[in-house]
Ligand binder design. Structure first.
Ligand SMILES: [Zn+2]
Length: 54
């Protein structure tokens, strides 16, 4: 049941799903891709919804 996960060959920490090291102290560390421009629809059209509710 346990899914085998790859480990970093430098620090032996488990890698992320995309195969990048998440150990910040490791030389192989790769910053996580934040700043996602995903289209989340929360609080974007809040005013509009309120008007309709009224
Ligand atoms: Zn590493």
């Amino acid at each position: 049941m346990l899914k085998w996960r790859k480990r970093c060959f430098r620090c032996l920490q488990y890698l992320r799903d995309d195969g990048t090291c998440q150990n910040q102290k490791c030389v192989r560390y790769t910053p996580e891709k934040g700043e996602t421009t995903s289209t989340s629809n929360d609080s974007s059209t809040g005013a509009d919804a309120k008007e309709k509710a009224n």
